[in-house]
Design a protein around this ligand. Structure first.
Ligand code: MOS
Length: 736
C-alpha cells in the first residue's frame, strides 16, 4: 500500500481498540520473568559458552604485542578471538570504528579480544591473563580545543544540510533593538539502558543465528553480513525483547559480532554481554555540543534574526550532533542562519541517542528564548506564542501538517498555574527553598518509514501478526495488537503478535520516534489485504464487508472469521510506503514543558517539584503507553538537566565514570509529580493511523524548562549542562 493522499475515514477511526488506554499485552511475561532476553536464551542455546570482552587500554595508537599464552592455558578456555585470528572482516555502514580493533586502536575500550570459556568466571579470569603492550599515539580529545578549526559537517540522510541561510542574518542581528548572543554547552551522555548490549550466537551448517538486543533488525543483518562477508540469507537475528535502547542499539555493535566470531572459533554457541564498565566507552554515546545562539528582536518581541551554530566532534567518518536543526523550524523570523560544524575527535563514536539533534539543541535554544523573554520584559510563554509559525520558516511554501504549539503552551500555562510565577527571579521562598518555574517548547520531527507485516487468520479466529519490528520497552506489541484487532473487528485477546525476527517482513524498526506510527501503518496495510482475502473466501464483495465482533458481514450474510479461515487459515502480507506528503508538508510533533523546582538557598541542592508536559503528536494509539513514554522522556530530561555527564579524561581520551555508579541518572526519589496531557488530534497527512511519534518528543525541551526554573528560582543563569550545584553555589542570593 502506498500512502500518498491524505487519509480519509478508515477502520482505525472506529476507535474500539485503538486510542484506548490499554495494558501491555507482554506485561505478564515481563513481570513473571519469562520474557526471553538475549543473554538468557537457555531455551534455544542451553550449552552456550561465555565470552568476555577485552577493551583497549588506550584511546589512540597500536597494539605492539599481545600475549595470549597464559590465558589460553587457563581453565575452561575454549577460544580467544582477536583481529589477528578472526580472518578478514568488513565494516558495516554505520560504524566509524571497527568493532574488533587491532593492531590500530581507534578509541578507548574498543574491543580487542573475546575470551570464550565454559563459564563466565573462567572467561573473566582468563581475560585478566591476556598481556597487551600498546604504542600510544597522540589523540584529539577536547572539543573546545578543536572547535575553531572544525569545518562544516557533510550533508547526511537524517541530518539535512549542514548550513542554511535565509535573508540577511548578520545585518538583521546587528540592527535589532534587542539582542542576545550566548553560548551553551551540553556534555557527552550515555544511553545507560538497563539491559546491556547482549547476544547469544549459534552456527549451524554455515548459517548463523544470533539472539540479540537490537532496535533495527534489517539494518543489523545487513551490517553483520557485510562485516562477516557472508550472504544476508545466512543470518538470522532474533530480538523479541529489548531492555532499553535509546539509540544505543540502533546498529550492529561488538556483542553481536564477537558472539558470532566466538561461536565460530569455539564451535559451539557463545553468549556475550558487554560488561557494564566497558559500555560507556565501547559503544556509542550522545556527543557533547557547543552551541552559539544569536537572537535579534523588535521591542515588542518579534524575532527578526535567528542564528544557531553547533559544534560537536566524532571519529573520522562520524556524523555530527545536529543540534541546530529544530531552530530551522520552530520560530518565525525573516533572517536566519544555522550551521553544523564537526571536529575530528579520537573519542568513542558519537551517534544517535533519544531525539538526536533536538534533545541537546532544545536544551540550548529554549534557554535562549527564556533569556530573550527576560530582556524584552515579555512572559516566556507569550514570547513563544508571538513567534509561532504555521509554515516552515525557511520554505514558506511548505505548511506544517499540524502545528498546535500555541495550544500546548496555553493549555499548559492554565493547568500548571503559570500565572503564579514571579517574573523577577529569586523572589519566592518556601522555608529554606528558593522556588521557581520554567517553561520550554517541545519539538521533534515526525518521520515515516516503510514497514511491512504478515498476518494470518486461523481456524480459531485468532490473528497472528509477524513483523521484524522491535519493542524496546515502548509498547509496540500492544499497539500492533490494537491495530490488528481494530481492522479485523476482533477483541485484543484474539490477536497474537510476534516481533523482532529477521525471518519476518522488514519493518520500520524502532528509531527516531517513527516506530509506532510506521509499524502500525504496515500492520494496517497487511490487515486491509487480509480483509480482502477473507471477504473473497466468504463470497462477499470486499468493499461491502463489515468486520466486527469476530464476524464478517454483508447484508444478510454473516460468518464467523474462524469459520471463513477454515482448517488451512488465510494469510496476507503487505507494507506501507510513503509518497511525498512528508515533503509537501513539514511533519513535526509539538509540546510544552512546565517545571517547578526548589533550590536549597544554603547548599544549592536542586529538587524538581512538579512537571507537566502537554503534547500534540497526532492520534495517540495507546494513551497509557504513550504517557509512559513521555514521563520516561521527562525523567531522562531531568537527568540531562541536572546529572548526566560522561566525565571526559582529556589527557587519556576516555570517559572516566564508565559504570552506573559514576554515571548519574535520576532515581524515583528525584522525580516528583509528573502530569502529561495529550491534545486530542489526528494528523491525516502522517499515515492511515493519523498518528505521529511521541517517544522522543517528551525529552525535547524539558532540560531547558528545568534550567529556566532554576534561573527563576535563583537568578543564576547556568549555560553549561548539567546544572550541578557547584555552578550555582557561590552566586546564590544571600540567605536572609
Ligand atoms: Mo533513536 S536515538 O533513533 O533510537
Amino acid at each position: 500500500m502506498k500512502f500518498d493522499t491524505p487519509a480519509t475515514t478508515n477502520p482505525i477511526d472506529q476507535l474500539k481498540v485503538i486510542g484506548r488506554p490499554t495494558d501491555r499485552i507482554d506485561g505478564p511475561l515481563k513481570t513473571c520473568g519469562t520474557a526471553p532476553y538475549a543473554y538468557e536464551r537457555h531455551d534455544v542455546a542451553p550449552d552456550a559458552a561465555y565470552g568476555y570482552v577485552i577493551g583497549a587500554g588506550i584511546a589512540k595508537g597500536r597494539i605492539a604485542s599481545m600475549d595470549l599464552s597464559a590465558a589460553e592455558a587457563s581453565p575452561g578456555v575454549l577460544a580467544i578471538v582477536t583481529a589477528r585470528n578472526a580472518g578478514a572482516l568488513g565494516k558495516g555502514n554505520f560504524n566509524t570504528a571497527k568493532l574488533l580493533g587491532g593492531p590500530e586502536i581507534d578509541h578507548y575500550h574498543q574491543a580487542v579480544a573475546l575470551v570464550v570459556a565454559k563459564t563466565f568466571e573462567q572467561a573473566r579470569a582468563a581475560a585478566a591473563l591476556v598481556r597487551i603492550a600498546y604504542t600510544r599515539a597522540p589523540g584529539r580529545f577536547d572539543l573546545a580545543a578543536q572547535k575553531d578549526s572544525a569545518p562544516l559537517a557533510k550533508p547526511s540522510a537524517f541530518g539535512g544540510p549542514p548550513e542554511t541561510r535565509v535573508g540577511d542574518f548578520s545585518g538583521a542581528f546587528a540592527a535589532a533593538p534587542v539582542q542576545l548572543d550566548a553560548t551553551y554547552t551540553t556534555p557527552d551522555q550515555s544511553h545507560a539502558m538497563m539491559e546491556p548490549h547482549a547476544s547469544t550466537a549459534q552456527w549451524k551448517d554455515g548459517k548463523l543465528t544470533v539472539w540479540t538486543s537490537n532496535q533495527m533488525i534489517a539494518w543489523s543483518v545487513g551490517d553483520l553480513a557485510k562485516t562477516l562477508a557472508i550472504p544476508k540469507e545466512n543470518i538470522r537475528l532474533v530480538s523479541p525483547f529489548i531492555g532499553g535502547g535509546f539509540g544505543g542499539k540502533l546498529f550492529l555493535r561488538a556483542d553481536i559480532l564477537l558472539a558470532a566470531l566466538g561461536a565460530r572459533a569455539a564451535r559451539q554457541p557463545v553468549k556475550v554481554a558487554l560488561q557494564r564498565p566497558l559500555m560507556m566507552n565501547n559503544t556509542t554515546h550522545r556527543p557533547a555540543t557547543i552551541q552559539r545562539i544569536r537572537l535579534g528582536a523588535t521591542r515588542d518581541g518579534k524575532l527578526t534574526a535567528i542564528g544557531h551554530e553547533g559544534w560537536s566532534g566524532n571519529l573520522p567518518e562520524g556524523s555530527p550532533e545536529t543540534a541546530v536543526n529544530q531552530t530551522r523550524l520552530l520560530y518565525a523570523g525573516p533572517n536566519r542562519m544555522t550551521a553544523t560544524r564537526l571536529a575530528v575527535l579520537d573519542l568513542p563514536e558519537g551517534n544517535a541517542m533519544r531525539a538526536p539533534g533536538e534533545a541537546p539543541g532544545m536544551m540550548a535554544l529554549e534557554i535562549a528564548m527564556d533569556e530573550m523573554a527576560e530582556k524584552l520584559g515579555i512572559d516566556p510563554v507569550q514570547l513563544r506564542i508571538l513567534n509561532d509559525t504555521q509554515v516552515d520558516p525557511e520554505k514558506p511554501e511548505r505548511p506544517f501538517s499540524q502545528r498546535r504549539l500555541v495550544e500546548c503552551l496555553r493549555a499548559g500555562a492554565e493547568t500548571f498555574g503559570w500565572n503564579r510565577r514571579n517574573a523577577r527571579p529569586g523572589q519566592l521562598r518556601d522555608g529554606r527553598w528558593l522556588v521557581g518555574m520554567g517553561v520550554a517548547a517541545a519539538f521533534r520531527n515526525n518521520l515515516v518509514m516503510k514497514s511491512a507485516a504478515r498476518v494470518r487468520l486461523d481456524k480459531h479466529g485468532v490473528v497472528t501478526v509477524e513483523t521484524d519490528m522491535t519493542d524496546i520497552g515502548t509498547g509496540t506489541y500492544t499497539i500492533i495488537a490494537q491495530t490488528a484487532a481494530e481492522v479485523m473487528g476482533l477483541p485484543l485477546d484474539k490477536v497474537f503478535v510476534r516481533l523482532g525476527d529477521s525471518a519476518f517482513p522488514v519493518s520500520a524498526g524502532s528509531g527516531g520516534q517513527w516506530g509506532a506510527n510506521s509499524s502500525t501503518a504496515g500492520v494496517y496495510a497487511a490487515c486491509m489485504k487480509l480483509r480482502g482475502v477473507v471477504a473473497q473466501a466468504a463470497g462477499i464483495t470486499a468493499p461491502d464487508a463489515v468486520f466486527a465482533d469476530g464476524m464478517v458481514r454483508a447484508g444478510e450474510r454473516a460468518l464467523p472469521l474462524a469459520q471463513v479461515a477454515g482448517e488451512q487459515g488465510l494469510s496476507a502480507e503487505d507494507f506501507m510506503e510513503y509518497g511525498d506528503l512528508d515533503k509537501k508538508y513539514q511533519q513535526s510533533t509539538f509540546g510544552a514543558h512546565f517545571v517547578e523546582v526548589g533550590v536549597d538557598a544554603a547548599t544549592g541542592e536542586i529538587r524538581v517539584r512538579r512537571m507537566l508536559a502537554v503534547c500534540a503528536a497526532g492520534r495517540i494509539l495507546n494513551p497509557k503507553a504513550a504517557r509512559s513514554q513521555v514521563i520516561g522522556a521527562m525523567t531522562m530530561g531531568v537527568g540531562a538537566a541536572l546529572m548526566e555527564e560522561l566525565a571526559l579524561d582529556k589527557r587519556q581520551g576516555f570517559f572516566a565514570n564508565h559504570d552506573l555508579a559514576g554515571y548519574e541518572v535520576p532515581v524515583h526519589a528525584d522525580i516528583p509529580h509528573q502530569q502529561v496531557i495529550f491534545l486530542d488530534e489526528t494528523d491525516p497527512l502522517s499515515s492511515p493511523m493519523k498518528a505521529k511519534g511521541v517517544g522522543e518528543l517528551g525529552i525535547c525541551g524539558i532540560g531547558a524548562a528545568v534550567a529556566n526554573a532554576v534561573y527563576n528560582a535563583t537568578g543564576v543563569r547556568v549555560r553549561d549542562y548539567p546544572i550541578t550545584l557547584d555552578k550555582l553555589l557561590d552566586k546564590l542570593p544571600a540567605v536572609a
